[in-house]
Design a binder for this molecule. Structure first.
Ligand code: ZN
Length: 146
């Protein structure tokens, strides 16, 4: 199988069969984001533990890339510490800006690297990550009481 086929299978798997799509009854933080240029919308739910993100779920609609990206992101961020999560999100965004980034942090999300040359698609693939960044910032605010 060539890369294009692997990539297409990867996106469709996460788009259609995500284990991370749905409500999170124990959610302690929900943040919504949208990408008007494609019509994508995402709600990220976090169950915030003391030092780690206990669970991540998403709801939303839009193109396969935005929804698959949310699924991949949820899989990667679940169980991570907040600091790790912020580094991962930052690395992902750097990758899509064509900057040097820490490959070892982002796991399967590396599949999306090729989208960096397609500005419209960058908006789709980064939407869940920008939304998660907002949720992480809210978590930080709660902790510092700022
Ligand atoms: Zn889209």
């Amino acid at each position: 199988m060539n890369f294009e086929q692997l990539y297409a299978d990867f996106v469709m798997h996460h788009y259609k069969n995500s284990m991370y799509r749905g409500l999170l009854p124990a959610s302690t933080c929900s943040v919504e984001g949208s990408n008007t240029s494609c019509g994508d919308s995402i709600i990220i739910h976090l169950e915030e533990g003391e030092s780690t993100i206990q669970a991540v779920r998403f709801e939303g609609e839009g193109c396969a890339i935005s929804q698959a990206s949310a699924s991949v992101m949820a899989e990667i961020l679940e169980g991570k510490t907040y600091e790790e999560a912020r580094e991962i999100v930052e690395s992902f965004e750097k990758m899509l800006r064509g900057e040097s980034f820490n490959e070892s942090l982002i796991g399967d999300a590396l599949f999306f690297q090729g989208l960096k040359d397609h500005p419209m698609r960058v908006k789709c693939v980064t939407l869940p990550w920008k939304t998660a960044a907002k949720a992480l910032a809210l978590n930080e605010q709660k902790k510092t009481g700022a």
